[in-house]
Design a binder for this molecule. Structure first.
Ligand code: SF4
Length: 384
């Protein structure tokens, strides 16, 4: 078996976990946000050439052909079964990128995610050539998505975005984070609320689906209210297809961590962050977006639904949590860290709550009954 490989980047959105990952640029051309270290260090931004990306697509096709040939030999008529996939995973020395194609064939999503952080910065003609080649060489692709910065989308011409759409880019994920200008500046996001709106609307006008990521907790104690209200205002103006929640986590390597240590930036508690999400949801109005809580670090995974019809249901899910007393919140958070609870209604499932209660007892013994200490420890655990 040939040891084939091609280039992939470090991250993708949670919703692209089963997509084929292909890298068309390297790293982030902005790379200054103080809550992000994904591309820090010696990671300069680079545009990959059309020929480089085409060569990677050819490699993916070779891997697909190897897998299908083996499938036919095993009498599976080209299907990639679990048993066949396992054979590849058991082979020593195969590259991660090779195995990612096998997993992609097994899952059968036919979705592709282009890495890294801002691919629409490429010349529209170059990106269109890459997309055309991808569709030509791998027929049957269901969707092609990418990350983008709204600052770049705002500057791009509508004609260029339409060209990219026509070549096959169907969905764009943008890190909106917040719609509050002073907070965007504080976090060095490199964009203001107006550009967020212009860029987001342009993506939609060009015919692409748009996911906007909102970051609960980003306002800290000082700006949480404005963060929620102004983010809702910007989202109302854009009306994206998806509003996705990704809660702030201040890891020790982030520049924001130093501001936290110095006391300049103050985090709100997980329960206070839920209050913030409530304020945002209350202020979302006149939109038809779908809210999705698909990041592992979100406390409530059931804050999901389509606006406007599910707004009441989303608020109910939030209020169920806010109505819990401190002991119950502790119980819920332990269940969340254990991966047993996605929403407060899961607490009424006896099989689950028994296991959580046992863990709570052990934690109380360890932390000498100090609920707040346990909650802080749990939050760090959840966000890891
Ligand atoms: S634009 Fe995105 S990838 Fe780039 S530094 Fe900011 S958050 Fe990170």
């Amino acid at each position: 078996m040939k040891h084939l490989s091609f280039e992939q980047g470090p991250i993708r959105p949670p919703s692209e976990a089963r997509s084929l990952l292909m890298r068309v640029t390297r790293n982030c051309n902005w790379n200054q946000c103080i809550f992000c270290t994904t591309y820090r260090g010696n990671h300069n931004f680079e545009r990959r050439t059309v020929d480089e990306v085409k060569a990677d697509i050819d490699t993916v096709v070779e891997i697909i052909n190897e897998a299908k040939t083996l499938s036919w030999k095993m009498g599976l008529s080209g299907e990639i079964s679990g048993e066949l996939a396992q054979r590849f995973f058991d082979q020593p020395g195969l590259d991660y990128s090779f195995l990612s194609v096998i997993a992609w064939l097994y899952y059968g999503t036919q979705a592709v995610f282009l890495q890294d952080a801002n691919n629409i910065i490429l010349k529209a003609d170059d990106l269109a050539q890459m997309l055309d080649y991808l569709n030509q060489k791998i027929p049957g692709i269901s969707r092609i998505t990418t990350y983008a910065r709204s600052q770049t989308a705002a500057r791009k011409s509508l004609e260029d975005l339409q060209k990219i759409r026509e070549a096959g880019l169907s969905r764009v994920h943008i890190g909106l984070e917040t719609g509050y200008d002073p907070l965007l500046k504080y976090m060095k996001k490199g964009v203001n609320a107006e550009a967020h709106i212009i860029g987001g609307r342009k993506i939609i006008e060009a015919g692409m689906e748009l996911s906007e990521y909102y970051m609960p907790g980003l306002g800290g104690s000082a700006m949480w209210k404005e963060h929620a209200i102004e983010t809702a205002r910007v989202l109302n103006a854009i009306n994206p297809h998806f509003i996705r929640l990704r809660t702030l986590h201040v890891g020790k390597t982030l520049p924001l961590y130093q501001r936290l240590e110095s006391g300049e930036f103050e985090l709100r508690t997980p329960s206070e962050t839920v209050e913030e999400i409530r304020l945002l949801v209350e202020n979302l109005d006149g939109i038809t977006s779908r809210m999705v809580s698909d990041h592992i670090g979100n406390l409530l995974q059931d804050v999901e639904g389509k606006f406007p019809e599910d707004k009441g249901r989303i608020l109910e899910a939030i209020d169920r949590y806010l109505a819990l007393n401190e002991e119950e919140q502790l119980h819920y958070q332990v269940g969340r860290v254990m991966g047993l609870y996605n929403g407060v209604t899961d607490m009424s499932k006896p099989g689950l709550s028994y296991r959580v209660n046992e863990t709570v007892k052990k934690l109380k013994a360890k932390y000498d009954g100090q609920t707040q200490d346990i909650l802080i420890g749990l939050h760090d655990q959840l966000m890891r």
